[in-house]
Design a protein around this ligand. Structure first.
Ligand code: NAD
Length: 456
């Protein structure tokens, strides 16, 4: 298919078949599931090649996640897509009111490299569920996974239903010049701005799933053992290359050393003493990111790890203590296995420090005090998060996932994905047997009094 005209080609296909039936969408999603299951070992191999991901992580955070998303969507799609009757005020008697769901048309999905399978296919599921045609642009930095995605999609969908575009900047620029009916982008905040500018040209609605520094606040009542275990898991999963990984930890100064000791224990428990030889610990995606991360290390502040190997793009799980807000590691999203710990003496100041950063994608609070939990969650703006855990909120399809402010616009997962890719048409259906004359001119005092009686 011609890259320059892909949007038009798919729009023509959509116009010919705008009612891509719910039954057909379910069939396609079930078929997608089958093909993914059949390709499980190929997908696992590709993610090992792209990111050194273990089979377990690949299944839990990529394949299994997508299968669950398909199951959930297929189970509920008929009810989501139904025409919904809503209440009608008495003043509009004898009419009735309905909301129809309609596909936007042609959706562009651009995805990143860190969970290259899941972050590409999850929005595709939502877009198809809502009845759209889709152009997908996976990340060029996870090329093995991108080509498996292409094969899977080509087996399930016709080219004018879902079209996969492989490539980087050049290809994406060609896509962004075209008119889409919806753009769904996952990636960095800086590229998010480029996408939104391009979308503005056609007033195309967007979802932007972006990044930022997601804080983890440990309050003094916290269970430190559990906090250390769950922070170590959420941070070093995918070697820290997770958009919702805890970026930094704020902890009462008196608990810092104990917390670091427990982190050390769990890092060793998870990955052994020689992390480099652990099959469960992934690699940094490329040299460019390796070099960027290396620059963030301050030797004097390294409490755990700091091991580097550029040939293998290996950076061991690293914890830095007594980190200052002015340190380089606190300037931008880390997106790697480096965890800065910032000690605090005053909880209110710690909260203020978090709020001085742009609104984060995720926020994690460890606390055993329910009053504090409610108070802190209410005070801090963020996209989504957990109390006494990290990252795992993504696993509940009933929780919409997205950011706020510079961490994103809009959300998806589960029903929210269907809603994201749906245009809701509001329809008022009037009866024709009676026609109350009140609203028609010529107006008079009596009509005005009647209208005042109804609309107060
Ligand atoms: P990126 O923004 O560099 O790239 C994302 C996609 O945009 C890729 O497909 C890439 O080819 C394309 N792209 C890159 N530069 C472009 C340009 N100038 N014009 C048009 N398209 C361009 O992001 P990345 O490095 O792949 O991923 C890391 C970032 O993504 C981090 O900031 C992370 O927090 C964020 N992220 C967010 C989520 C989320 O769900 N909110 C999930 C994963 C990653």
């Amino acid at each position: 298919m011609q890259l320059e005209t892909v949007a038009t080609t798919l729009r023509n296909a959509h116009r010919e078949d705008p009612h891509f039936s719910v039954k057909m969408r379910i069939q396609k999603l079930n078929q997608l599931k089958k093909v993914i299951v059949r390709n499980e070992s190929e997908i696992t191999r590709a993610l090992k090649a792209d990111l050194g991901k273990s089979a377990f992580e690949t299944y839990a955070t990529e394949i299994g996640f997508i299968l669950e998303e398909i199951n959930f969507t297929v189970k509920h799609l008929e009810s989501w897509a139904k025409v919904k009757k809503v209440k009608t005020p008495l003043t509009l008697f004898p009419g009735t009111s309905f909301i129809y769901s309609e596909a936007y048309g042609v959706v562009l999905i651009i995805s990143p490299w860190n969970y290259p399978f899941q972050l590409c296919l999850s929005p595709v599921i939502g877009a198809i569920a809502a009845g759209n045609k889709v152009v997908v642009k996976p990340s060029e930095f996870a090329s093995e996974t991108s080509s498996i995605i292409k094969n899977i999609i080509m087996e399930v969908f016709k080219e004018n239903e879902v079209s996969v575009v492989q490539g980087g900047l050049e290809e994406t620029q060609v896509l962004l010049k075209q008119k889409f009916d919806y753009i769904f982008f996952t990636g960095s905040t800086s590229v998010g701005k480029i996408i939104m500018k391009a979308a503005a040209e056609y007033l195309t609605p967007v979802t932007l799933e972006l990044g930022g520094k997601s804080p983890c606040l440990i309050e003094e009542s916290a269970n430190i053992e559990i906090a250390a275990k769950r922070v170590a898991w959420g941070k070093f999963l995918n070697a820290g290359q997770t958009c919702v990984a805890p970026d930094y930890v704020l902890i009462p100064a008196k608990l810092q050393d104990e917390f670091i000791e427990r982190l050390r224990f769990y890092i060793t428990t998870f990955y052994g003493l020689d992390v480099k030889s652990s099959h469960d610990y992934p690699r940094i995606v490329n040299n460019r990111h390796f070099d960027r991360l290396k620059e963030l290390l301050i030797q004097d502040k390294i409490a755990i790890g700091g091991e580097l190997n550029r040939e293998e793009n290996f950076i061991g799980p690293t914890v830095m203590k007594n980190v200052d807000l002015s340190d380089k590691v606190m300037q931008d999203e880390i997106f790697g296995p480096i965890l800065p710990i910032i000690p605090y003496d005053n909880l209110e100041n710690a909260i203020k420090n978090i709020m001085n950063f742009p609104k984060p994608l995720a926020f994690y609070l460890f606390s055993e005090n329910s009053e504090q939990q409610n108070d802190i969650i209410a005070k801090i703006p963020f996209g989504g998060g957990c109390i006494n855990d990290t990252v795992i909120h993504l696993a509940n399809p009933n929780l919409p996932f997205g950011g706020v402010g510079t961490s994103g616009i809009g959300s998806y997962h589960g029903q929210k994905s269907f809603e994201t890719f749906t245009n809701y048409k509001s329809v008022f259906k009037q009866g024709t047997l009676v026609d109350i004359p009140l609203r028609y001119p010529p107006y008079n005092e009596k009509k005005l009094n009647w209208i005042k009686l109804f609309l107060r």
